[in-house]
Design a protein around this ligand. Structure first.
Ligand code: ADP
Ligand code: GN1
Ligand code: MG
Length: 373
């Protein structure tokens, strides 16, 4: 494969404390940011096993050293808590495989940053929710993640992407992209541009609440897409929250919202047939139930009131980011076909429009599961 040919694994692999003899590395998963591979090894007893080998996208994450410092700290913290609760720290959190000189990443001469993780076997990620129970368990897992991180020293975390969910600044970046129009594409997306502009006032609501001290700043994951939780093949439980690159101080609404964005759409994020795309309320209910069970007690009444809005604004922000990247010439998200970012943008906006229709039903579901009644 083209991506594989780009990298010399025989040079990279020996720098890690991987067990066994290296056989091959295959592209793995469907992330939009990093280059992820399953690296296969033969142990002395002949058994084949694999690790995750990942190239950190240093175009997106400008300071990979700091990012890895965050991940070391976060995984150590989670490890302690998992052990204290009698869990399995090798499956319930990411485990970094150190390099032979004891570091958490290896930098190649041509400036690429690589890391290794234990491969969590017997579990998978899903691009689209296939089973109501999986999504309920996803809600439990992301809620639990937030709870486990609630006593993490937030001031020690580096901001790996500044203002990641500052929706108002994302709106400014969108406006700039429209003005510059480097690829001359703005004329093709007038309807989508109007969709964003019509909702401009909403982009500052959460950041204003935060600035006024009305919403608490917490340690959040910030990329709680459903394919960032591994679902156990046997139990269907959300066994491990992965993709820890954006763990930073943030709002609980970001984590709730991004899961609803990604998981309540019965179709793919890049579905071209928009008649297949909507926000499915039965899925909304499952996630809300799970999230409230594990994180609900620590949420303030205002946070709970804002959960439906959080879902909508995260979906809107993501659609706006896809549109911005389309206008900028597809420089951020990996694309696999022409207009890929535009297709992704359109599904998000269809979801937003549907959430606007279903606002009162979403509120009723949240109220059904809130504990502060
Ligand atoms: P990206 O930032 O590009 O989304 P991720 O860290 O989410 O990268 O990894 C991409 C995919 O690789 C995940 O969706 C998951 O399927 C798989 N993956 C990542 N880490 C592991 C792991 N430790 N064990 C098994 N699969 C993993
Ligand atoms: C990216 O890395 P991945 O595929 O889990 C993006 C998220 C978006 C998501 C949209 C660091 O997530 O913010 O919501 O794509 N991650 C980053 O699918 O920008
Ligand atoms: Mg991911």
């Amino acid at each position: 494969m083209a991506t594989q040919a780009k990298f010399n694994f025989n040079e990279i692999v020996p720098h890690f404390c991987f067990e066994g003899e290296f056989i091959k590395a295959e592209p793995h998963g469907f992330g939009h940011i990093n280059d992820t591979f399953a690296a296969y090894f033969r142990k002395p007893d002949g058994q084949i096993h694999r690790y995750i080998l990942q190239r950190i996208n240093h175009n997106v994450f400008k300071e990979p050293e700091k990012l890895m410092e965050n991940i070391v700290g976060v995984t150590q913290h989670l490890r302690k808590k998992i052990i204290a609760a009698g869990g399995d720290p090798l499956r319930e959190t990411l485990n970094i495989i150190p390099t032979t000189d004891g570091k958490s990443f290896y930098k190649t001469e041509d400036g690429n940053y690589w890391r290794g993780y234990i491969f969590i076997e017997g579990a998978q990620t899903y691009q689209v929710v296939e089973n109501l129970n999986h999504f309920y368990n996803g809600g439990r897992a992301f809620g639990k993640f937030q709870k486990l991180m609630s006593d993490y020293p937030a001031e020690t975390l580096h901001e790996t992407i500044p203002d990641f969910h500052h929706t108002a600044k994302r709106y400014k970046a969108f406006q700039e992209a429209v003005e510059k129009d480097v690829k001359n594409r703005a004329k093709l997306v007038k309807e989508e541009i109007k969709f964003v502009e019509d909702r401009a006032a909403e982009t500052s609501i959460l950041v204003d609440y935060l600035a006024q001290g009305k919403l608490p700043l917490r340690v959040t994951h910030n990329d709680t897409k459903f394919n960032n939780v591994m679902i156990d093949d046997e139990t269907g439980e959300g066994i491990c929250v992965i993709d820890l690159d954006t763990v930073m101080p943030g709002l609980s609404l970001y984590d709730f919202g991004d899961s609803i964005r990604s998981g309540t759409n019965p179709a793919a994020e890049d579905e071209k047939d928009l008649s297949k795309v909507w926000m499915e309320l039965t899925l909304f209910e499952q996630f809300t139930k799970g999230f409230m069970e594990t994180a609900g007690e620590s949420l303030t009444p205002l946070e709970i009131d804002l959960l439906p809005f959080g879902a909508k604004i995260m979906t809107f922000e993501c659609g706006m980011r896809f549109l911005t990247d389309y206008l900028n010439g597809d420089v951020y998200f990996k694309i696999h076909r022409e207009d890929h970012n535009l297709d992704r943008c359109r599904t998000q906006f269809k979801m937003v429009a549907d959430m606007e229709q279903k606002e009162s039903q979403m509120k009723a579901i949240v109220n059904k599961y809130r504990m502060d009644k």
